[in-house]
Design a protein around this ligand. Structure first.
Ligand SMILES: NC(=O)c1ccc[n+]([C@@H]2O[C@H](COP(=O)([O-])OP(=O)(O)OC[C@H]3O[C@@H](n4cnc5c(N)ncnc54)[C@H](OP(=O)(O)O)[C@@H]3O)[C@@H](O)[C@H]2O)c1
Length: 264
């Protein structure tokens, strides 16, 4: 029997929060959830450049406890509840050069943004999710959680490994009480920031952007798909995971990397 699915408005009535939702994958995820009918709140330090009036914005630095506290209290006081939490914020701003060049501050800031921010937000929103016995929490990690690139992103890779492990533990604890917890580990994503980064590599190496892209893919050991993911491709998958169609999925880490990770 042929089945026809209509994904429009499947998140109607749901309140969703996407951290780092003003750029890159987070922006695409926020727009995907909006398309599915959710009320979507995004957070970042700076207001979005190309503002989408349908998205509500809260300014906060989530690498600080005060920032996560501000977001939890503003969301709960304005909307009364949260159904979908997408912990998308993550970044690596530490210098290249391996273990010896990294200071305590480098480690601290990377762990704050990539691990402590989701831990604090989950802790802030879980009580009301548990009280109503429903909710979905997504942690956006990275293939570096299992495939670390030690030269330039050592603390980031360690933080993402911690996030994947924490996400599994949290799922074990709260799934029996009605809250699904999932991890998504993207490979390279073609964001605005990564396009600018490629341009810089090309300029420094006096090469074309295509050659710079190939050199990054070579450093990753190749991407069988032949290109990085588009933010919308990651967003589409997250849109599925938070929907009722993924109702039995919890406690799992999904890699979305065009085949980059070389092992099964
Ligand atoms: N891009 C990739 O190739 C790639 C690969 C694997 C995994 N990932 C993961 O995918 C997720 C999204 O990455 P992306 O590359 O799409 O991000 P991005 O384009 O760099 O955007 C980062 C977002 O987070 C916000 N942000 C940064 N620091 C913040 C802070 N301290 N407090 C609050 N907001 C902050 C930024 O806005 P403001 O600057 O205004 O605060 C922006 O909205 C991350 O978890 C990343 O680790 C990315």
């Amino acid at each position: 029997m042929e089945q026809h699915f209509n994904f429009n408005n499947e998140l109607s009535g749901k309140i969703a929060l996407v951290t780092g939702g003003t750029k890159g994958a987070g922006k695409a995820i926020a727009e995907r959830l909006l398309q599915a009918g959710a009320t979507v709140i995004v957070t970042a330090r700076n207001a979005p450049e190309d503002e989408n009036e349908q998205l509500d914005f809260i300014a906060a630095d989530l690498s600080k406890p005060a920032g996560t506290q501000k977001v939890v209290s503003e969301v709960l006081s304005t909307y009364g509840t949260l159904d979908i939490l997408v912990n998308n914020l993550g970044s690596s701003v530490t210098p290249a050069g391996g273990f010896a060049v990294l200071t305590d501050d480098d480690w601290e800031s990377t762990l704050q943004a990539n691990l402590f921010a989701p831990v604090r937000l989950d802790r802030g929103f879980l009580p009301q999710m548990l009280a109503k016995k429903s909710g979905v929490i997504i942690h956006i990690a990275s293939i570096q959680g299992k495939l670390p690139l030690y030269d330039s992103t050592l603390p980031y890779a360690a933080a993402k490994a911690g996030l994947i492990n924490y996400s599994k533990s949290l799922s074990n604890e709260v799934t029996p009480k009605g809250v699904r917890v999932l991890t998504v580990s993207p490979g390279w994503i073609n964001t605005t920031a990564s396009k600018a980064w490629l341009g810089e590599i090309a300029r420094n190496a006096n090469s074309t952007v295509e050659e710079a892209q190939q050199s990054v893919m070579d450093a990753l050991g190749g991407i069988p798909f032949g290109r990085p993911a588009q933010p919308e491709e990651v967003a589409e998958f997250v849109g599925f995971l938070v929907s009722p169609r993924a109702n039995y999925l919890t406690g799992t880490n999904y890699v979305i990397d065009g085949g980059t990770v070389p092992t099964i």
